[in-house]
Design a protein around this ligand. Structure first.
Ligand code: ATP
Ligand code: MG
Length: 435
């Protein structure tokens, strides 16, 4: 017996266990189908990247880069220099790096999606974790407002396919860099005139990135931020036209949106369209998906200039919303449970199970903690608890006669029957075509 203290998972990093993991798999399945419906293709980039990618990509004065990244120095290589690396806090920068590095846009725009874990050292709470998961869609190499609308409609279709109705869409335009500069100066003037009301974070950001102040979560600053100069008043004709076209498409698709001039998003790389899908059901962590256009990021990361737009969705929050709305994911149950009353019969039985699985039948084999397999009665009890529709009973006598007993465990699954082993494959095909 060991007296070691048990090792636990890291705070804010969760195990995803069955039966809960089935909800994750179902969500991922629906996402793959929806992405295919919009012709978005899967991309997988590394979880660890050079810290510089995020510092340059996300903006050095963002919460994520300033205080939330898991960064470390790699071991020095044989030339003595060590790399500064970070666990990815988001995946747009990684996707953009990969797209530029492999010149993916050489023959036109690309529609991409990813799913996977992200890491941010935030205070763990409901809907906020240190390892969390995002599903993201990115359309790179397309500049027209139709694509902004398409990628928003992609998320809307995802909510429909998942059965989520409790959300609203907030939309804003951040304009172009020149327009933002004029707005930035107006913001600095305004916040300087109200310097006494700024918290420490805001004071530090005033000249670094005043737009970030609008993203504050400090309740004491909400009124001040509410009355700050609005970017829309600094937008030029082209930006306004882009914004209007996105809204026109959404209107025609029956997607309502609220224009929120305070919506700036937490990362620096956005321009023109930004948006968030918000639910009222999750309290403070109500943003389930956020994104926008980032036409200058590719160039900023050293690629050939190309426009792009994308979003990322928080998987934990969406799953919590699904649970709250009582939307149950299908739980996987085996088609059949193999009961093995006689040890000696298992080689022949297991050979048969292997053939059934190759035919697409999902078979759970009985197993027990000790040496023996247990009584027929206890095995049948397990078979019932497994949720399987049938028990396949491989008794020694039956096997000797070249037979297996198929026992229906659920209503409507038919009566008990003995089948010759040679017929089991036909039974399996009948089972699959009836499904
Ligand atoms: P928030 O304002 O809630 O901190 P954010 O603006 O930092 O969100 P993004 O970087 O836009 O979030 O990420 C997109 C989505 O990922 C969010 O809308 C949210 O659903 C999810 N998300 C972000 N951070 C976390 C986290 N720490 N834990 C769980 N989900 C998260
Ligand atoms: Mg955040």
């Amino acid at each position: 017996m060991s007296s070691h203290k048990p090792i636990t998972a890291i705070k804010g990093m969760n195990d995803i266990l069955p039966p809960d993991s089935a909800r994750w798999e179902w969500l991922e399945h629906v996402v793959r189908q929806t992405m295919a419906a919009f012709a978005y293709r899967n991309i997988r980039t590394p979880i660890v990247e050079h810290t510089q990618l995020f510092a340059r990509g996300l903006g050095a004065a963002t919460d994520v880069v300033e205080k939330e990244m898991y960064s470390f120095e790699d071991r020095a290589d044989k030339h003595g220099s060590a790399d500064h690396l970070s666990l990815r806090p988001e995946n747009t920068a990684g996707v953009v790096r990969a797209v530029a590095e492999h010149n993916l846009l050489y023959d036109g725009g690309k529609r991409l999606f990813y799913m996977g874990p992200m890491f941010r050292r935030e205070r763990p709470q409901r809907g906020r974790y240190r390892q969390f998961h995002q599903i993201g869609a990115e359309a790179l190499g397309f500049g027209s407002p139709q694509i902004d609308a398409e990628i928003i409609l992609l998320a809307v279709e995802l909510w429909r396919a998942l059965g989520i109705g409790n959300w609203h869409l907030e939309l804003n335009s951040l304009g172009q860099p020149g327009e933002r500069r004029a707005h930035r100066q107006a913001l600095i003037d305004y916040f300087e005139a109200h310097a006494s009301q700024l918290d420490e974070d805001a004071r530090r950001r005033l000249h670094l990135n005043p737009l970030r102040i609008l993203d504050t979560k400090n309740p004491a600053m909400q009124a001040l931020v509410e009355a700050a100069p609005k970017l829309v008043d600094h937008l030029g004709e082209a930006s306004l036209r882009h914004f209007e076209q996105v809204q026109a498409i959404l209107r025609a698709s029956g997607v309502a949106c609220r224009i929120n001039p305070r919506l700036v998003r937490g990362l620096d790389y956005y321009n023109l369209t930004v948006f968030e899908f918000i639910t009222e059901s999750l309290g403070a962590q109500g943003t389930i998906c956020g994104g926008g256009r980032y036409d200058y990021l590719i160039e900023q990361l050293g690629g050939k200039p190309a426009p792009a737009v994308g979003w990322a969705m928080g998987v934990e929050r969406v799953l919590e919303l699904l649970a709250q709305e009582g939307i149950a994911a299908p739980q996987p149950a085996p088609d059949a449970y193999a009961v093995l009353p006689d040890d000696a019969a298992s080689p022949q039985a297991m050979h048969c199970l292997q053939q059934l699985r190759a035919l697409g039948v999902r078979v759970q084999m009985h197993a027990s903690a000790g040496e023996g397999l247990g009584s027929m009665k206890s095995q049948l009890k397990k078979a019932d608890a497994s949720g399987a529709r049938f028990a396949l009973i491989f008794g020694a006598d039956e096997l000797a006669a070249g037979q297996v007993t198929i026992k229906a465990l659920r209503d409507g699954a038919g009566a008990q029957q003995q089948q010759p082993l040679t017929q089991v494959q036909a039974w399996a095909s009948g089972l699959k075509s009836a499904n």
